[in-house]
Design a protein around this ligand. Structure first.
Ligand SMILES: CC(C)(COP(=O)(O)OP(=O)(O)OC[C@H]1O[C@@H](n2cnc3c(N)ncnc32)[C@H](O)[C@@H]1OP(=O)(O)O)[C@@H](O)C(=O)NCCC(=O)NCCS
Length: 238
């Protein structure tokens, strides 16, 4: 039910890769879903919010990440989101948490006291949409990382990676780098461009996102290099 709420809430969100529901299920499996709240109306789950622990490079502990927060489209604008954010922050305080960060619209989250702090960053995320709120003490200085469960590949990225693995050759693969899915895979460094204009797969980068694809990609890349070392197979033009 939570999955349906997250999918529906983010369906037309311009920046979402539609992976929030995967994140929640991975957080749950990893026993890392610190707070998971739902709002029910007549027994129907209409909204959900999650909080999970983050790590900060300066060693500060006891900070949390808010997200995703989702309200079914037909229930948006009824203050449910506000109530859930406030409830979650209240719970964090009661656990003696020191603060909370999130990636989201400052125009919405500033009402809860979240703001941009130049000394606190999240690599790869534009600073203007990375905001923090201290619940106790100072705002740390450093780089924040959310739980591993936030590193997800979208379905269309998985399809594109599957194509790359299938089409992979000794000297790499040709891809359309103007394609926005390929662009996103390049940004994640799963593919790297070679001087010859072809692209190499980087299984080690894939491992951070998806262990199945990592194993398949590693197998494919190893097979190709084995073929490359075999003089007879090497003579065969791909
Ligand atoms: C963002 C979201 C959680 C807000 O929940 P909600 O219940 O619809 O919001 P509320 O009714 O509590 O809104 C309170 C105020 O925030 C404003 N607001 C709501 N969504 C906003 C948005 N995306 N940007 C800016 N302001 C927003 C409302 O206009 C309202 O303003 P007001 O106090 O001036 O009247 C919900 O709209 C949602 O699920 N959106 C899709 C998923 C998403 O974007 N999640 C957040 C990123 S993790």
């Amino acid at each position: 039910m939570i999955t349906e709420v997250i999918k529906a809430a983010f369906k037309s969100h311009p920046l979402s890769q539609q992976t929030g529901h995967f994140t929640i299920s991975d957080l749950r499996d990893a026993d890392a879903l610190t707070i998971s709240l739902v709002t029910e109306i007549y027994g129907r789950v209409v909204a959900h919010i999650a909080f999970s622990s983050v790590t900060i490079s300066d060693g500060t502990t006891n900070w949390y990440g808010l997200g995703p927060v989702s309200v079914l489209p037909e229930f948006q604008g009824c203050r449910i989101g506000t109530a859930m954010v406030n409830k979650g922050l209240g719970l964090l305080k009661s656990f003696d948490s020191k603060g909370c960060v999130l990636i989201g619209l400052p125009t919405y989250f500033d009402r809860f006291g979240f703001k941009n702090h130049p000394q606190l960053i999240h690599e790869g995320v534009p600073q203007e949409i990375f905001v923090a709120k201290s619940l106790f003490g100072r705002v740390p200085r450093g780089s924040v990382e959310f739980h591993q469960a936030f590193k997800q590949l979208s379905i269309i990225e998985k399809d594109a990676i599957a194509d790359v693995i299938i089409n992979y050759k000794i000297a790499g693969v040709m891809v359309d780098k103007a394609n926005e899915v390929i662009e996103s895979i390049l940004k994640k460094e799963i593919l790297t461009e070679m001087p010859n204009g072809k692209f190499m797969l980087r299984p080690s980068a894939l491992e951070e996102y998806d262990t199945y694809f990592f194993k398949i990609a590693q197998f494919r890349v190893t097979e190709m290099s084995r073929v490359h070392k075999n003089p007879i197979l090497k003579a065969i033009k791909y």
